[in-house]
Design a protein around this ligand. Structure first.
Ligand SMILES: [Zn+2]
Length: 430
């Protein structure tokens, strides 16, 4: 496999403004050449990609792999395997594990373990503050040297603005992107669902859209104060989209991601207390959904990440108010966004920007392009392949998803990491 040719696919590489039928030649784990009708001198292993898209490997910058501490929900091996099955060649795992990833040896240990695992590349975000308590900063320089690619207290917002100001300063000095879970913890406290018509009808405590708006506003204000960048995780409301758009118009270094479920579902999905639609931030209204879609098209939101959050039935199949927040997403993320390429003006090239190029840029990762000389991290997509999603047949240990039984058209059929086939869709002849 150290010499391989992906033949006749539609090569989509926005970093090089490329969208044309071409061959991709891989030699020793790296991209050797991308050109039409290549004929390498030595006999390469052939992969036929006629009518398929050949893209730089997709990168999911927001996943929860639950290791250490909650391996019954997911572990590195199952999570990284689910990732390649979903078309991702790399993921960034969040540090809200047990214990949280707030010290260099924890980061180094997980990275070492992942080296020998199949599946996607593992990158790790370290906790922004000790114990994720929002008070004392962690040792960013040590964490970076141990391999951390970002800092975040995901799951919680650093609500002390003095602390967050120092986070942004220190993260900038240490060249680590700061990722903010923007949600006012007091305003959202006790809430189970988006505050609105549904919360009233179901008699459930609400989380108002303003909980996100307030936090995003504060984070942007600190960017203005410090001049340092911030990245807002899992944007879910129209109000927050407007704030990000305005901040960008001012030239502030603010970036944002959203998750596929906010682009397809609303709080109506909670229906009759269905905990599979319980997530944080909560699913909003159709206006929120529209604003998020517009945000993708006009460049306000530049990254799509799954917020893959596995939970066992013990945490999910309980009373709605008691159920854990979150859904799995690694294996449905790409199929959902492929639906968007047919529903709205989201081009395949923009899909690759949102799911590969921009994630790589934000975190300073290799990949995100098929430029010769770079790693052969490649996702081959069949945009026409129809399948019915069944979580039980997936690779995650958990099954908490509102997309169970959904009919999809389009998915990853081949995922290569460093030129090695890490996933192949079973019906493909080898
Ligand atoms: Zn979060």
């Amino acid at each position: 496999m150290n010499n391989c040719l992906i033949k006749g696919g539609r090569v989509i590489d926005p970093a090089r403004n490329l969208d044309e039928v071409a061959d991709v030649w891989i030699l020793d784990g790296r991209i050797k050449a991308v050109e039409p009708n290549l004929s390498p001198p030595s006999d390469p292993f052939l992969i036929e990609a006629h009518n398929q898209w050949v893209c730089p490997g997709l990168i999911d910058i927001h996943v929860h792999l639950r290791e250490p501490g909650q391996e019954y929900k997911e572990d590195l091996e199952s999570g990284l395997t689910a990732a390649v099955a979903g078309g991702f060649t790399a993921v960034l795992a969040m540090p809200n594990t047990s214990p949280p990833l707030d010290q260099a040896p924890l980061i180094a240990g997980l990275r070492a373990k992942a080296q020998s695992l199949p599946g996607a590349r593992l990158y790790l975000a370290a906790a922004m503050t000790r114990g994720r308590l929002g008070q004392e900063l962690t040792e960013y320089q040590d964490l970076r040297l141990a391999g951390a690619k970002a800092v975040t207290d995901d799951g919680s917002w650093v609500s002390d603005s003095q602390v967050m100001r120092r986070v942004l300063d220190y993260a900038k000095v240490c060249s680590l992107p700061a990722l903010s879970h923007a949600q006012d913890p007091l305003l959202s406290k006790g809430g189970a669902i988006y505050e609105g018509r549904m919360s009233t009808r179901l008699g459930l405590p609400g989380i108002p859209a303003q909980a996100e708006e307030i936090a995003v506003f504060r984070d942007i204000a600190l960017v203005e104060l410090t001049g340092n960048p911030v990245h807002i995780c899992h944007l879910s409301t129209a109000k927050a989209v407007n704030l990000i758009r305005a901040a960008k118009a001012k030239g502030l270094p603010v970036t944002a991601e959203t998750a596929p479920h906010y682009l397809f579902l609303t709080d109506e999905a909670v229906g009759d207390y269905d905990s599979r639609a319980k997530m944080n931030p909560p699913l909003g209204t159709i206006e929120d959904q529209k604003a998020l879609r517009e945000g993708l098209l006009d460049g306000t939101i530049t990254i799509i990440a799954s917020d893959h959050a596995p939970h066992s039935s013990l945490e999910k199949e309980v009373e709605f108010i008691e159920a854990a927040f979150g859904i799995i997403g690694l294996e449905t993320s790409l199929p959902l966004i492929l639906e968007l390429t047919r529903e709205i003006n989201l081009t395949p090239s923009l899909l690759v920007e949102l799911m590969s190029r921009n994630p790589a840029k934000l975190l300073g990762l290799p990949g995100g392009t098929l430029t010769p000389g770079g790693p052969a991290d490649i996702t081959v997509i069949d945009p026409e392949l129809e399948f019915v999603y069944e979580a039980a047949k997936g690779y995650s240990k958990s099954r908490n998803t509102p997309f169970e039984g959904r009919k999809f058209k389009g998915r990853a059929v081949l995922t290569l990491v460093e030129g090695e086939i890490r996933y192949r869709y079973p019906t493909l002849a080898s």
